[in-house]
Design a protein around this ligand. Structure first.
Ligand SMILES: [Zn+2]
Length: 100
C-alpha cells in the first residue's frame, strides 16, 4: 500500500531539513555546515546556534567552493570579502573530506 508522499503535520520524529545554498539539495541539518553572517564577516558556525542570518553548505569541495565564491553571499544578503573567502576555504581544508 503506497502512502502519500505529502508531509503531514504533527509527526513527532521529524528531522529538520536544510538546503545547501550551492546545490540546492535538502539534507538533514546534521549533514550540512552552517555559515553565519556577523558584523565582522561570514564565519563557520560550528555550534549551529550562533545568532544571525545563516546558510548551509555541504562539507564537499564542489558545494563549498561554489557556495563560498557564488551562492553564499546572496543567501546571506551580504558580500564576502577576500578575508571571508580565505577564512572559509581554510576551514574547509581542515575538515575531514567526504568526497575524496
Ligand atoms: Zn550541496
Amino acid at each position: 500500500m503506497a502512502k502519500p508522499k505529502k508531509p503531514s503535520s504533527g509527526r513527532p520524529r521529524h528531522v529538520p531539513q536544510r538546503t545547501c545554498v550551492a546545490c540546492r539539495e535538502t539534507e538533514a541539518k546534521a549533514g550540512l555546515v552552517r555559515l553565519v553572517r556577523t558584523p565582522e564577516g561570514v564565519f563557520v558556525d560550528t555550534s549551529g546556534k550562533q545568532p544571525g542570518r545563516g546558510a548551509y553548505l555541504h562539507a564537499q569541495r564542489s558545494c563549498w567552493e561554489r557556495g563560498v565564491r557564488h551562492s553564499l553571499a546572496a543567501a546571506l544578503r551580504t558580500s564576502l570579502g577576500e578575508a571571508d573567502v580565505q577564512r572559509l576555504m581554510t576551514f574547509f581544508d581542515a575538515l575531514p573530506k567526504q568526497d575524496a
